[in-house]
Structure formats: structure tokens, C-alpha cells
Design a protein around this ligand. Structure first.
Ligand SMILES: *[C@@H]1O[C@H](CO)[C@@H](O)[C@H](O)[C@H]1NC(C)=O
Ligand SMILES: *[C@@H]1O[C@H](CO)[C@@H](O)[C@H](O)[C@H]1NC(C)=O
Ligand SMILES: *[C@@H]1O[C@H](CO)[C@@H](O)[C@H](O)[C@H]1NC(C)=O
Ligand SMILES: *[C@@H]1O[C@H](CO)[C@@H](O)[C@H](O)[C@H]1NC(C)=O
Ligand SMILES: *[C@@H]1O[C@H](CO)[C@@H](O)[C@H](O)[C@H]1NC(C)=O
Length: 799
């Protein structure tokens, strides 16, 4: 292990957070508790049409959510996007001039501009109300003189649960309609009276539970859902014991805003947001990776109903981002691009049933790989080829699509439902569309100049628009890394090559790191120090790498390499911010990755869960593909291993230390012997004086992938069974003896996902072939992992 990269001790930065928050606490304690007295009111036209909590963190009042629509809501008031956590009138917005009144007789009333009552807190008659208050927990209460709560917003949750809020039997969350439309949507989360905690799709346009798609299975036991002060959300039994952990952020509510929300896409997510401006965390909501359910596209199938997406629409899940997206097949388009879950409509006239078989020539199919439309079959045929199955559908005017897996041919009726595209699906589907559309589409490309507004282009445009609008909405949820990337992307695009890199005087870096005081890691490349830098007026934590083993003393060469590194910009590589090249000093300044290196999360106690590990596998592959093929100078990393895969706040894999191979002298042979003669991450061609190509990274990636799948180190000297000592060898043995389960036997999640285990192990074995030409490219690796390319049985790597 010659390099620790710049892993930071999690606790030390936490300490500084704590110090900050103590300061904050003492200042908030100085404020007085604000009681809202009887007879108080505000209208939408007031300067501040809301009441804030003593700390200022929550507000109760009007938010203008549509051009002329106001929502009476509770929101996080200290963060720029004022995230709404509760609302009173989501399906009944009020207009400009509306008023909230805490009446003299203790009622809480929302009146529209014409005086009509639109909402009223459900306070028992005879309650002796004396004041109301927006509490710092996010709970708005109406209380009696002995401070007993006569009414509280926590008892009537909307789509969000906050820390300290208890969610009891009978309580329900209803998702909003879309990212920007707060009215009741399509999904429901409830702790049923029988104690089972369940996610349902609702019956169309209603608040009635329809098809369940996730549950804790705690019928007879579940009693309360609680989020405690250290960000654990769990279901308890009536005796208080924990029945099931739902989420663990392990972050204090003192330092982080936290919420659990049933999102409009039907996924229940837990979000955190750092409270402090200068904290090292991104200033945006980030979702914990273990969402519920893990893949809604696969989980939600309806007997009656459309499934996770709308009718004629298919659902595809992005495991990396944890987002389901809805798509229309070609030839279909969204009813409403702002509400893609409404489904898709045909852009052509259906086959005419009047004249038997006469229209066969007018129709064709669009093929969707690894897809299915579950249910809706009206006929089952045995056909020995796709073509004969298609012919059967063409000859049948009722047939809207077929799903085929040799020799099974299923005819589907219109409208199509439960559409799913997922690597785990073994069938293929073909959706019947009019040839008019197909010819227009292919013709559209050719005659683009002549006829810019041909229907085909409109069609394609509307599909693109649909998906980009969806992405935009999702963006607000998942802006963590993306947002920063997007900024730097546009910045980079505006600037000349390498110009976005700052050149720092040595003295400045000396100051930034407080005299190179705090070491984050030390390795062959040099020593890494922690520092705080002000960039664009914002304080930013950085990692300053002092290069000790420079091969080149040639300034121009160093500069050229640094520029090449500086031009990279990808969410799976660590961003270089600047450098110092002054006298004998060579330093590189990187953004700081708060979770340190993958090494500490890959093995042993702190091992990341299966899903997370698989996301890191994909992220690393994408980062490598970018370095190999997509950035302006292709970069071979030459040193891929867990220590060089860093993790940001949301555990996204970020490749570090790329581009250093040329300017540093790294003795790979020595590294290898250091791990006692085993192959390790280093490709065999290093020893054989063969040319080094990108395939050396593919090899190292293969070893890393095995480690990610199996959650163990490639080499374990202490393994009881000799055959298990070298993971690469053992994995091939398990594969060839079809005993892959042995590799993941201690990992229940992986055991439940054996198809993926098999695919990933096969891919890894291809990557570690001795002969570099047999190894796939990173582009092929990604296609296989994502399921768009199949993988054939790999040979013994050493043969
Ligand atoms: C708020 O009202 C309650 C009940 O009347 C009272 O006990 C409490 O002292 C009041 N707090 C302040 C700061 O006025
Ligand atoms: C929000 O969704 C509801 C329910 O479909 C719909 O009636 C309403 O018009 C939508 N609001 C906007 C502004 O689109
Ligand atoms: C919250 O719950 C978790 C899980 O049971 C526990 O480890 C933690 O100590 C709890 N935190 C507090 C402040 O009670
Ligand atoms: C609490 O209740 C659960 C479920 O009924 C039971 O399994 C557990 O043993 C109980 N714990 C205690 C301490 O009574
Ligand atoms: C939670 O955080 C504490 C202190 O920061 C740490 O000791 C503990 O290991 C963490 N637990 C988990 C499950 O990450």
C-alpha cells in the first residue's frame, strides 16, 4: 500500500462541525420563545406572510406555488429553496389576498380572498386554546394555557416526516403530483391499523390505497415510525423495541436538516442537508442511497392499473442515481411532458380491424431490449423466431405489442401497462407502430434540411423534451454532485483549455494549509495536506498534494500534464482546482473528498451495502471510460486500486491521482512484490515489458470489481482454505464450478441478486485475462454492467 490518497478522518471534521454548531446553539438559545396570540393574522400581501420558529429554521405561512395560487405550508426557512414539508390546502390553492387567522376564539382558519373558508384546523369544540406556535421541530401547534397541544401539524402529515415526529398507526403520507405540483399524487405510505408499514399506488385520481409495492411485513407488530436525533428512522413495536431499521443517516439533527419524504415518483427517500454554510457538505438535499423500494420499476406491478409509470409507458431505473424514469416507446409521446407519469399516447392511427390482414404492410415494430409489459396478454403462442412472432402480431389488429423469449410469444393488448426495461429482464419486447412513423423517422434524418418541421422531428423533439423535463425535476432532488459539475462544466466550456486552473503561489498554499500542518495521507506520489481556500468568495476545503518524487524536472512537461488533468471534468473523477509550480515546489490542489478512500469502506465492519458497492463499481467504470475515451487527452490511470477511488459525501466514486503516472516515478514491480508475489491490481504486461495501454486499467478494474462484489480483499493471507487466498483465482474456480454463491455467502442482499453477481463476476474475469487483447474496453464493460451488452462465458484468465 504505497498511497493513502487523501482520506480524512471523519471525526476530525465532525469536530469542527460540532464546534460551529455549539456557537449556533448558544446564539439561538438567546432568542425568546415566540407565542402567537389569539387574534393574530397575516395575508398573502404582507411583507412576511408567515410565522417563523424561534430558531428561524421553520416557517408557517403562504408560499406562492403557482402564478396565482398560494399554498398554506410549513417549510425549511433557512435554506434557499424553502423546501415544503407540510401543507394545508394542496388540492385547494388560494388566491392573492387570502388570509390566515388565529381567531380570538382559538380557531386556525384559512380564508380565500373573497372571505370563503378554504381550510380549518381540526380543533375540538370546547378546547381551551390560548396560543399557537411554530416550533423549532417543524411542528405548528395550537395549545392551551397549560401548553397541551390541542392541534398540531405533526398529526396530519402531508408527504414528509421530520425528526422527532412520530408516525402512528393509521397515519398516511400522500406523494405530491409532480416535482412542482403540490396537489395529491399517485402514491401513499401508511402504517396500517394492523401494524404493517406499506407503500401503495393509489387508485386513479383518488387517495385510496390500490396496489402495494413495498412493506415491512410487520402485521400485528408495527406500532410507530420514529426518526431520532441522530438520524435513525425505524419502526417500533408497542413495547418500544425496534422492529425494523428504515434509514440510518448517522448525522446529528443539530448539524443537519433531515426529512423522510414520499416523492412523487413513488420512491420513499431520506434526505439530509448540512445546516452550516461553510460545512464541507454540499449545500443541497442529498438522499441516502438505500431508498424504498430499491427498484420501483421492478417492484410495482398492477393487475388493474398502469404500473410504476403511466399507460403505454415503460419504467427504467437508474441504480446510480436511484431514480426511476418513464419513457414512451418510439411512435408514442407523453400526454403531458410536465407530468410524464400520466403515460403516453399513440402518434398514429391504430390498425383497422375492419379489413382483415389488409393493413399488415402498414405496420412495423420498435424493439425494446430487456423489457416486458407485464400482464395484458391476450394470447400465448409458441414461435421459433422473433420474426414469426411479429408476423402473428401484424396479422392481428388487436395486438399492440409482443413480448418474446424463444420460443414464447405473448401478444399484448392496448393500452400497454406495467412497462419495464431492466437488465434483469430476459424478454425483449416489440411495440407495433405505423410505418408512417418509422419512415418519417428515418426519412426525417435525410430530409432534415428540406423540412425542418416534419412530424418525425416534432415527435422526437417531444420525446426528448419529455425526458429532459423529467430530468430537470429530478435534478432538484439529486443535485448533489451534478449541480457542482454542471456549474464547472459550463465554466469549463466558456474558458480556454486549462484556463480554469488556478496557479497558486507557494506562500499562499503554505497559508491555506496552515504551514502544511494537517496530513491527510502519505504515499509514493507525495504527501497530502488539508487546507481551507477561499474560491469565488466561498470557503472550500481542499486537499493539497505535495509531489515528492518528480521524474521530470522539465517545467513545460509538468505544465502540460497539469493542464491535461485540469481539463478533466466528470462526476466520477476528482476535480483538480489548481497547482503550484514555483522554484522546486510542485503541488496540486484538489477538491476534498469527505468520505476518504474506498479502501476503508470495502472490507470488514464498515463495508458498504450491496447496492452501494454496485453503484461504486459502475461509477468507477464510468470515470475510467471518461479518462480513456471521453476527455480531451485520453489518460491511462496506471494505478487503479481502492485507495485511489475516493468517495464524496453521497458516496459517489471519484477516481483520484490520474495523470500522475507520467510525472511521477512509481515503481510498480516493487508495489507488486510488496503484496507477496500475488498478482494484485497490476496487469501482467508491466512485468513483461509489453506496451502499456488502457487495458492495464481494465485489468486493475477487474480485480477491484471482484473485491466490490465479494466485499473482501483480493489477497487474504489468513484465509483458512488455501484455495480462497487469492480472490481472482477463487472467483474463477467458483465460476467454473457454478458455485458463485460461495463468493457472497455472508451478504444477504447479494445472495438475493445472484444474476447480477454472476454477470459482474463474469465481466471481472474477462477484465483480468492475461492477454490484454482479450480484455474488454471500459465502454464494453459499462454496456455489460448496464445490461445493454451480453457477456459470454469467460475463459480461465491465465490460460
Ligand atoms: C406562551 O404561552 C404559554 C401559555 O400561555 C405560557 O406558559 C408561556 O410562558 C408563553 N411563552 C412566552 C414566551 O410568552
Ligand atoms: C396539478 O395537478 C392536478 C392533479 O392532476 C391538476 O388538476 C392541476 O391542474 C395541476 N396544476 C398545475 C398547475 O398543473
Ligand atoms: C437513534 O437510534 C439508533 C438506532 O437504534 C441508535 O444507535 C442511536 O443511539 C439513537 N440516537 C439517539 C440520540 O437516541
Ligand atoms: C417487544 O415486542 C416484540 C414484538 O412483539 C418482541 O419480539 C420482543 O421480544 C419484545 N421485547 C421486549 C423487551 O419485551
Ligand atoms: C455513527 O457515527 C459515530 C460517530 O460519528 C461512529 O462512531 C459510528 O461508527 C457511526 N455508525 C455508523 C453505523 O456509521
Amino acid at each position: 500500500m504505497h498511497e493513502m490518497a487523501f482520506a480524512i478522518p471523519y471525526s476530525s471534521s465532525f469536530l469542527s462541525l460540532l464546534l460551529f454548531s455549539l456557537l449556533l446553539l448558544s446564539s439561538t438559545n438567546a432568542q425568546t420563545y415566540k407565542n402567537i396570540s389569539l387574534g393574530s393574522s397575516f395575508t398573502t400581501q404582507d411583507k412576511n406572510p408567515f410565522w417563523v420558529s424561534p430558531s428561524g429554521e421553520f416557517a408557517f405561512g403562504f408560499q406562492n406555488v403557482e402564478p396565482d395560487g398560494f399554498l398554506l405550508a410549513i417549510w425549511f426557512d433557512k435554506i434557499p429553496d424553502k423546501t415544503i414539508v407540510w401543507s394545508a390546502n394542496r388540492n385547494n390553492l388560494v388566491r392573492e389576498g387570502s388570509k390566515v387567522e388565529f381567531t380570538a376564539d382559538g380557531q386556525l382558519i384559512l380564508q380565500d380572498s373573497n372571505g370563503e373558508t378554504k381550510w380549518k384546523a381540526n380543533i375540538l369544540a370546547g378546547a381551551r386554546v390560548s396560543y399557537a406556535a411554530m416550533l423549532d421541530t417543524g411542528n405548528f401547534v395550537v395549545a392551551s394555557s397549560d401548553s397541551a397541544h390541542e392541534w398540531e401539524s405533526f398529526d396530519e402529515p402531508t408527504d414528509t416526516i421530520l425528526p422527532m415526529q412520530t408516525f402512528v398507526r393509521g397515519d398516511t403520507l400522500l406523494a405530491r403530483h409532480t416535482a412542482v405540483n403540490y396537489s395529491t399524487g399517485r402514491f401513499l405510505f401508511t402504517l396500517r391499523a394492523d401494524g404493517n408499514l406499506v407503500l401503495y399506488k393509489t387508485l386513479l385520481n383518488s387517495e385510496v390505497a390500490g396496489t402495494p409495492y413495498w412493506s415491512t411485513g410487520t402485521k400485528g407488530y408495527g406500532d410507530q415510525v420514529i426518526i431520532n436525533q441522530t438520524g435513525s428512522m425505524y419502526l417500533t413495536a408497542s413495547n418500544g423495541s425496534i422492529l425494523q431499521m428504515l434509514f440510518t443517516s448517522n448525522l446529528s439533527t443539530t448539524n443537519f436538516y433531515q426529512r423522510a419524504t414520499l416523492d412523487y415518483d413513488g420512491v420513499f427517500r431520506y434526505y439530509v442537508y448540512p445546516k452550516l454554510r461553510h460545512a464541507r457538505q454540499p449545500e443541497t438535499w442529498s438522499s441516502l442511497p438505500n431508498v424504498m423500494p430499491l427498484n420501483i420499476c421492478v417492484n410495482l406491478k398492477e393487475d388493474l392499473g398502469s404500473g410504476a409509470c403511466g399507460l403505454n409507458s415503460y419504467c427504467a431505473y437508474d441504480l446510480g442515481e436511484n431514480i426511476p424514469t418513464c419513457h414512451c416507446p418510439n411512435g408514442y409521446s407523453f400526454f403531458n411532458a410536465d407530468d410524464v407519469q400520466r403515460g403516453c399516447k399513440r402518434d398514429f392511427s391504430p390498425q383497422d380491424c375492419g379489413e382483415e390482414t389488409s393493413e399488415i404492410d402498414l405496420f412495423d415494430f420498435v424493439e425494446i431490449e430487456s423489457s416486458d409489459w407485464v400482464g395484458n396478454d391476450f394470447e400465448y403462442l409458441i414461435k421459433d423466431s422473433e420474426d414469426t412472432c411479429k408476423q402473428a402480431c401484424l396479422a392481428d389488429c388487436f395486438c399492440a405489442a409482443i413480448v418474446y423469449k424463444s420460443p414464447n410469444c405473448f401478444k399484448k393488448r392496448y393500452p400497454l401497462s406495467n412497462g419495464l426495461k431492466d437488465p434483469s429482464v430476459l424478454t425483449k419486447s416489440f411495440v407495433k407502430i405505423s410505418k408512417e412513423i418509422t419512415t418519417l423517422r428515418t426519412g426525417g434524418g435525410e430530409s432534415k434540411k428540406n423540412n425542418d418541421s416534419s412530424p418525425s422531428l416534432i415527435l422526437i423533439g417531444s420525446i426528448l423534451l419529455g425526458s429532459s423535463v423529467l430530468l430537470n425535476f429530478l435534478f432538484t432532488f439529486f443535485a448533489v454532485v451534478r449541480s457542482t459539475n454542471r456549474e464547472t462544466n459550463t465554466k469549463a466550456a466558456d474558458q480556454h483549455q486549462g484556463m480554469n486552473l488556478q496557479r497558486f503561489p507557494y506562500e499562499k498554499l503554505n497559508k491555506v494549509t496552515n504551514g502544511f500542518k494537517e496530513t491527510l495521507g502519505r504515499g509514493a506520489a507525495g504527501t497530502v495536506f488539508k487546507g481551507i481556500l477561499t474560491l469565488d468568495g466561498m470557503e472550500k476545503h481542499v486537499a493539497v498534494k505535495r509531489l515528492d518524487n518528480m521524474v521530470t524536472k522539465n517545467d513545460a512537461e509538468f505544465q502540460a500534464e497539469v493542464n491535461a488533468i485540469g481539463r478533466t471534468n466528470h462526476r466520477n473523477v476528482v476535480q483538480l482546482l489548481g497547482f503550484c509550480n514555483e522554484a522546486q515546489h510542485r503541488l496540486l490542489v484538489y477538491e476534498l473528498m469527505t468520505n476518504g478512500s474506498l479502501e476503508s469502506f470495502l472490507f470488514g465492519e464498515s463495508r458498504l451495502n450491496w447496492n452501494r458497492r454496485m453503484q461504486i463499481a459502475l461509477g468507477t467504470a464510468r470515470g475510467l471510460l471518461y479518462l480513456h475515451e471521453e476527455c480531451s487527452n485520453s489518460i491511462i490511470h496506471c494505478d487503479i486500486k481502492p485507495q485511489n477511488i475516493l468517495l464524496d459525501d453521497s458516496f459517489t466514486a471519484r477516481i483520484s491521482d490520474f495523470g500522475l503516472a507520467k510525472i511521477l516515478k512509481i515503481d510498480r514491480i516493487q508495489t507488486t512484490t510488496a503484496i507477496r508475489g500475488t498478482k494484485g491490481y497490476v496487469a501482467p504486461e508491466w512485468f513483461r515489458h509489453m506496451p502499456v495501454t488502457g487495458k492495464v486499467d481494465v485489468y486493475s478494474y477487474g480485480i477491484l470489481l471482484l473485491e466490490l462484489v465479494c466485499g473482501r480483499k483480493n489477497f487474504e493471507a489468513e484465509a483458512e482454505d488455501q484455495n480462497r487466498m487469492v480472490l481472482a483465482d477463487w472467483a474463477y474456480d467458483c465460476y467454473s464450478e457454478t458455485k458463485l454463491h460461495l463468493l457472497v455467502e455472508n451478504d444477504e442482499e447479494a445472495m438475493n441478486d445472484m444474476k447480477r453477481v454472476e454477470k459482474y463476476v463474469m465481466t471481472a474475469i474477462w477484465c483480468i485475462q492475461e492477454d490484454p487483447s482479450l480484455r474488454p474496453t471500459m465502454r464494453e464493460v459499462i454496456k455489460i454492467l448496464e445490461g445493454t451488452l451480453g457477456v459470454s462465458p469467460p475463459p480461465d484468465p491465465s490460460s
